[in-house]
Design a protein around this ligand. Structure first.
Ligand code: T5A
Ligand code: NA
Length: 214
């Protein structure tokens, strides 16, 4: 019978939050947790600085190049589109993807610069919608106290405050707000709970959907 040969799909789990909210730290922990339970899992990140588009983005972020605000926005979006078909293939063949930043970063950061929010969303329409968005919530002031802050273009407290406001306008039912000011182990446990629920839902046949259409 054909149904029994169809693999359960993987979950698309996105971590979002201000710079230094702890996303990369928690993505790595979640990867080993899900792998430890035997779920095929990969860790992805945006920007993906490995591609040629990603290298342009990386040069811009480290202030080695200057680009018009609209241009860099479209490059961030193109960087997600160039991975879209592989993303769908991975999910449909049963791999759960943990993604460090996604379209919400794209829209929140560019809108915070003053670009129109609907214009920012437009190129993201049709990308795969996450099954779960874990928003690591921390004040810009506390994030700034953490290691390495201030090295890249957007790492200024005033700007991060605007980004936080735009993130709030993007919240939908796929979001869970996680208090990222707690100890790493506490944050880790909360993320594990939500992620595991989602992985199970997807195994049971939760359909994939597309961004910004609902
Ligand atoms: N961007 C991104 C856009 O403008 N548009 C887009 O479409 C996209 C995708 C680069 C920039 O690009 C912008 C947003 C960004 O400004 P990036 O490469 O993800 O994006 O940025 P990074 O610099 O790599 O990462 P972040 O600055 O966002 O940091 P993280 O990953 O949130 O934080 P992490 O895990 O590295 O932790 C930071 C520090 O805090 C400590 C860690 O040990 C580390 O030292 N820490 C904690 N300390 C105390 N308590 C805890 N609970 C802690 N958790 C972590
Ligand atoms: Na990071």
């Amino acid at each position: 019978r054909t149904e029994s040969s169809v693999k359960p799909r993987g979950a698309l789990i996105v971590l979002e939050g201000l710079d230094r909210s702890g996303k990369s730290t928690q993505c790595a922990k979640l990867l080993s947790f899900l792998e430890g339970l035997g779920h095929p899992t990969e860790l992805w990140r945006f920007p993906d600085r490995e591609t040629s588009v990603g290298q342009m983005i990386s040069a811009y972020l480290s202030n080695k190049s200057q680009l018009d605000d609209h241009t860099i926005h479209l490059l961030f979006s193109a960087n997600r589109w160039e991975k879209r078909s592989l993303m769908e293939e991975k999910l449909k063949t049963g791999t759960t993807l943990i993604v460090d930043r996604y379209s919400y970063s794209g829209v929140a950061f560019s809108s915070a610069k003053g670009l129109d929010i609907d214009w920012c969303k437009a190129p993201e329409i049709g990308l795969l919608a996450p099954d779960s968005v874990l928003y690591l919530d921390i004040s810009p002031e506390r994030a700034a106290e953490r290691g390495g802050y201030g090295d890249e273009r957007y790492e200024r407290v005033e700007f991060q405050k605007k980004v936080a406001d735009f993130y709030q306008t993007l919240r939908d039912s796929s979001w869970k707000i996680i208090n990222a000011g707690e100890a790493m182990e506490e944050v880790e446990k909360k993320i594990q709970e939500v992620a595991l629920d989602k992985v199970k839902e997807c195994t049971k046949g939760k359909p994939l959907s597309l961004l910004w259409l609902s």
